[in-house]
Ligand binder design. Structure first.
Ligand code: NAP
Ligand code: MG
Length: 569
């Protein structure tokens, strides 16, 4: 079997990204941190002893699975999760552990008979209670100095490193990530905490662009208020932790409603924040159906902002509801919505052929294609089309699919029964519309929600599977007459999240830079695996509000700027 993206490939890629940060950028960052720390010491009576010593931001390295000791630790952590099957977990509001009458069961998609955890089906009353608590707590938390808030994130990052195998194991079992994907998710969560902590210090140190004579001119960034955080299940640790901690480090308090498919992973995050000593009530955890808990929170006049990542449909719904000004509401709500994708990789006739085949394969089938960044359309030049489809088939046919807890499986299950049925339906529709099934198209086993990686060739640019997000292991291969045509197809959906181009032709690459309309463009590499700091992440058009998670503009979405001009006598 040909190797897929190995740990070593990823590590190599990470190192390359790190090298991109110049010494000058590093110096500027370090100086800003020092100034912010100094600012903090002038504001507080007992500061420095509590602050952690800061180093330059670095992406978190991945676990080396070639080491038997690491494999052993991961196996033990998985066994521990399995021992806790069926355990009940509360909602947490103001530090209080609450139960509800009705329960929500989180299942193992590799084996849906296994109940990973029992959660509370939060009610409208729970949502209202959480809002009240968060509003009260905001008055206190918003006044905690930025450096102290950031310090909670740095502490939490440290705890996440210590508990790494536990969060990995939770994701392996609860959402069916393979070991590498789960470990990447934990690493990204750590990156978000380390990055946003430093970003808060940078924002705390901003200066007015101009100082007028006879005045002291300042710009200070202050929080917004109570936020609602609604993450998806597909990056159940990283995205949940990233959205929540960005909001919190900025001085807001939040109500976190985890996805009903991954509440245990959300609980792992709560455990970390509790261990880090984050005051109760800053983050309130309310599991429950999006339609009841989520809607109540979004529609409430006291919610100040909503940070959402999920599907286009829910994103539009949230945006619409949040726009309505309710009695007693004295602001326009801010909505940060990261939504779906229909991401393409263009394979040009002048591409490095082998690299393109490998890049399309990992982009399409990593975590079963359930990434918003996943390649769901390969747009291939007619000159190499047949050869490409044949090479792709060879690779895809060899992908091992099975239980996520088995390290040798590259692909695990899709998230739930509904998703599985939906994906199988799309495979049928694709063929009815003239697509040719090249690989997969069947369930891999009846025990869990397993689907073989599926490649469908001869897909028309406007066919259903070329336009709608499937969110599963289904790749459409589309034939393009030439590079112009390929670009035209690449831009023909309502989305604009990620995209990649494989070509050795510099002129074509240059055209892609300006004409390929996506928030995250990758050239001669895969279109998944955005790294915090290096690849700020977020898309155009119906892919969302282009919030650029893991980038320098992200924290601003949770802050508002106050200008203060003081006359100097
Ligand atoms: P989803 O079905 O839209 O759910 C996302 C979250 O919204 C869940 O927590 C869900 O809760 C909640 N929700 C559902 N209905 C709601 C309502 N009426 N009011 C408030 N909240 C509500 O998406 P998903 O299946 O979890 O995630 C997959 C989608 O996320 C894909 O479309 C993918 O492209 C997108 N995604 C985008 C990005 C990005 O950065 N652009 C990143 C990752 C994923 P329940 O679970 O309780 O229904
Ligand atoms: Mg599940």
């Amino acid at each position: 079997m040909e190797p897929f993206l190995s740990y070593h490939d990823i590590k190599k890629e990470k190192i390359t990204n790190l090298e991109r940060m110049t010494d000058k950028q590093a110096l500027i960052q370090t100086e800003a941190l020092l100034r912010a720390t100094k600012w903090f010491t002038t504001q507080n009576s007992k500061p420095e002893t509590k602050l952690m010593k800061l180093t330059k931001f670095k992406n978190e390295p991945y676990t080396d699975w070639s080491k038997p000791a690491n494999r052993k630790k991961q196996e033990l952590a998985i066994a521990k999760i399995e021992k806790q099957f069926g355990k009940e977990y509360p909602n947490i509001i103001g530090g209080e552990k609450l139960t509800a009458k009705e329960k929500l069961h989180s299942l193992n998609p590799s084996n849906p008979n296994q109940v990973v955890g029992v959660f509370q089906k939060g009610t409208v009353d729970d949502a209202l209670k959480a809002l009240k608590v968060a509003e009260k707590k905001f008055a206190e938390w918003s006044k905690v100095p930025p450096a102290k808030r950031a310090d909670y994130l740095f502490k939490a990052a440290k705890i996440m490193r210590k508990r790494r195998f536990e969060s990995n194991a939770t994701m392996i079992i609860e959402v069916g990530k393979n070991w590498m994907e789960a470990d990447g998710d934990t690493a990204e969560a750590i990156d978000f905490l380390e990055f946003y902590g430093r970003e808060m210090l940078r924002y705390a140190d901003q200066k007015a662009a101009v100082q007028l004579p006879g005045e002291k001119d300042e710009v200070v960034y202050i929080p917004l208020g109570v936020g609602i955080v609604i993450p998806p299940w597909n990056f159940p640790f990283a995205i949940l932790a990233g959205m929540t901690t960005a909001a919190v480090v900025a001085g807001n308090t939040v109500i976190l409603k985890p996805s009903s498919d991954s509440p245990l992973t959300g609980m792992r995050f709560m455990e970390v924040m509790e261990e880090a000593g984050l005051p109760a009530g800053v983050i309130n955890f309310v599991a429950g159906p999006g339609s009841a808990v989520g809607d109540t929170l979004i529609k409430h006049p006291k919610s100040r902002f909503i940070a959402f990542t999920g599907s286009k449909e829910v994103g539009i719904h949230i945006n619409t509801e949040a726009a309505k000004v309710l009695p007693g509401q004295i602001w326009l709500k801010r909505v940060v919505a990261e939504m779906g994708g229909k991401d393409s990789i263009i394979v040009d006739s002048e591409a490095n052929f082998e690299e393109a085949v490998a890049g399309v394969t990992v982009s399409a089938f990593g975590f079963q294609g359930q990434k918003c960044s996943a390649c769901s359309r390969a747009i291939v030049d007619a000159k190499i089309y047949d050869k490409f489809v044949a090479a792709l088939k060879k690779r895809v046919d060899a992908i091992p699919v099975g239980e996520a807890k088995d390290l040798s499986n590259y692909m695990g299950p899709v998230i739930n029964k509904g998703a599985m049925e939906n994906i199988m339906r799309y495979i049928e529709v694709a063929q009815k519309e003239g697509g040719k099934l090249v690989s997969g198209g069947v369930r891999a086993s009846e025990d869990g929600y397993f689907i073989r990686p599926t490649v469908i060739a001869n897909v028309e640019p406007k066919a259903t599977i070329s336009q709608e997000e499937i969110f599963g292991p289904v790749l459409a291969v589309i034939k393009a007459k030439n590079f112009d045509h390929a670009l035209e197809i690449a831009n023909n959906t309502e989305y604009g999240l990620t995209g990649a181009v494989y070509s050795k032709n510099k002129k074509k690459i240059e055209r892609a830079r300006t004409e390929f309309h996506v928030g995250n463009l990758y050239l001669n590499r895969k279109c998944t695996g955005a790294m915090v700091g290096a690849h700020p992440f977020g898309g155009f058009n119906m892919s969302g509000t282009d919030s650029k998670a893991g980038g320098r503009d992200y924290l601003l979405l949770f802050l508002q700027a106050k200008s203060i001009a003081t006359k100097i006598k």
